[in-house]
Design a protein around this ligand. Structure first.
Ligand code: GLC
Length: 440
């Protein structure tokens, strides 16, 4: 298949998942609107219909909370999916938007990046119109991060649930939660091997093999933590007052830093100012990322916000400072060396979400090992920022090959390319489309 035919295939996936106001991540498994999914989806849609892409992003903003947070999910009320409004009950929070059901936490803040990339595909007039329509929402969103998630004004924001990282069962979070938040009832279920009782209620494993999804104990744990947040009405200050598992996540902070810079570019295009306090926070963040560098192990890690201890569990986020653009060339070279280590990330189908040498690595299990197209897309960009063009090209070529061979699957084995997870997954299609259509 040539490039044009592949692009048509990717477009067809997006069109089939288009629900009018937003695009579902995949049929069946994911009916609602998710924050970072819609951002990646819009980047792909912009390649053939910038106005549709704009609609995708504007429809995210309809869920923005009064405090500025953009929630990670906006629910399709017609769907009876198990992760729906009754689980979240966002109306318990006075900050929730009226008349719309959403989750009570956020997801990686890639919105400014999506806005910018959609704008690039528009005429100048259309772009300025779009930027001016969404600018205030972006400012409020980034302002929320620094007001509510950087309580000591240190420049590093905290994340309070693994769903906020977008990588539900990523090892640093599983380690941290199992050590600090595992309630007795889940321990008992584990000990007595009572999982089958709970498996009956899982909808996801009816659609995707259980070995490719989160295991039941971690899934129960994630919902348990979510209930704690609900009890505190999703009030960050209340939650952080007595939290044992708030984390300075290197993935989320890298993404925020990159998006702060893009927000400044958007302001510049509009001839607008970023408020002074926010500008100071942006600068602080840029410098603070270095605090997540562990000299002893020569890599970036997540850190427990309360105890300040390292969470020494490497994952794809450990490479994402490349995407932030905030690190020195010298650090970037170390990350390149780590990436190209074939005992860790440089597999036949890179880049695995967890290094293959990690005890937490699992060939096909969700965010515990497989290669994802969105993290590849971010790394391609990050590598190019530092001049590592041939490695970026290799990851691009392999990502497109995986799509050409198996279609828009949710993720792939990093070892042998086995396609896994949901079929017709929107962001895989959208980002492959973007890579196919880029110049050069
Ligand atoms: C899963 C993923 C998350 C994604 C969502 C919808 O929860 O971990 O990143 O946004 O599915 O695709």
């Amino acid at each position: 298949m040539n490039k044009t035919q592949l692009a048509e295939l990717a477009k067809a996936v997006l069109k089939n998942n288009d629900l009018g106001l937003w695009t579902r991540p995949a049929p069946g498994l994911y009916p609602h609107q998710w924050l970072w999914d819609s951002c990646f989806i819009a980047i792909g849609q912009a390649r053939y219909d910038p106005n549709r892409a704009k609609k995708e992003l504007m429809s995210l903003v309809r869920g923005q909370w009064r405090n500025g947070m953009i929630p990670h999910m906006i629910f399709d009320e017609k769907s009876n999916n198990f992760t729906g409004p009754h689980v979240w009950q966002s109306h318990l929070s006075p900050a929730a938007p009226p008349g719309i059901e959403t989750s009570g936490i956020t997801q990686p803040p890639v919105l400014a990046e999506a806005v910018w990339r959609v704008g690039e595909q528009m005429s100048k007039d259309e772009r300025l119109k779009f930027f001016s329509e969404i600018f205030a929402a972006l400012l409020r969103y980034h302002g929320w991060f620094y007001r509510e998630r950087d309580l000591h004004s240190e420049g590093l924001v905290v994340t309070i649930h693994p769903w906020e990282t977008g990588m539900d069962n990523t090892p640093p979070w599983i380690d941290e939660l199992t050590h600090n938040a595992m309630p007795l009832w889940i321990k008992i279920i584990h000990k007595l091997k009572l999982y089958p009782l709970f498996d009956i209620f899982r909808q996801d494993t009816r659609l995707v093999p259980a070995s490719e999804r989160i295991n039941t104990s971690i899934s129960l744990l994630l919902f348990h933590v979510q209930r704690r947040l609900r009890r505190k009405q999703y009030d960050s200050l209340e939650i952080l007052r007595r939290s044992h598992f708030s984390i300075n996540d290197v993935f989320v902070n890298s993404i925020l830093i990159r998006n702060n810079r893009i927000l400044e570019d958007i302001a510049h295009e509009l001839d607008e100012e970023i408020p002074a306090d926010l500008r100071i926070s942006f600068k602080k963040s840029h410098e603070a990322l270095e605090e997540l560098w562990c000299e002893e192990d020569n890599q970036y890690y997540c850190r427990n916000f309360v105890t300040r201890e390292w969470i020494k569990s490497p994952y794809i986020g450990s490479l994402m400072p490349l995407y932030s653009g905030a690190i020195s060339k010298q650090r970037a070279k170390v990350l390149l060396k780590t990436l190209k280590d074939d005992l860790r990330y440089w597999t036949k189908y890179p880049v695995p979400s967890v290094p293959i040498s990690s005890p937490s690595y699992h060939h096909l299990r969700y965010w515990q090992g497989p290669t994802w197209i969105n993290t590849n897309w971010m790394l391609i960009d990050g590598l190019r920022q530092y001049g590592f063009f041939s490695e970026a090209e290799k990851i691009k070529r392999i990502s497109i090959d995986l799509f050409a061979q198996h279609g828009a699957r949710e993720y792939f084995s990093a070892i042998d390319g086995t396609p896994s997870g949901a079929k017709d997954f929107s962001w895989s299609a959208a980002l492959i489309l973007d890579l196919l259509k880029e110049k050069g």
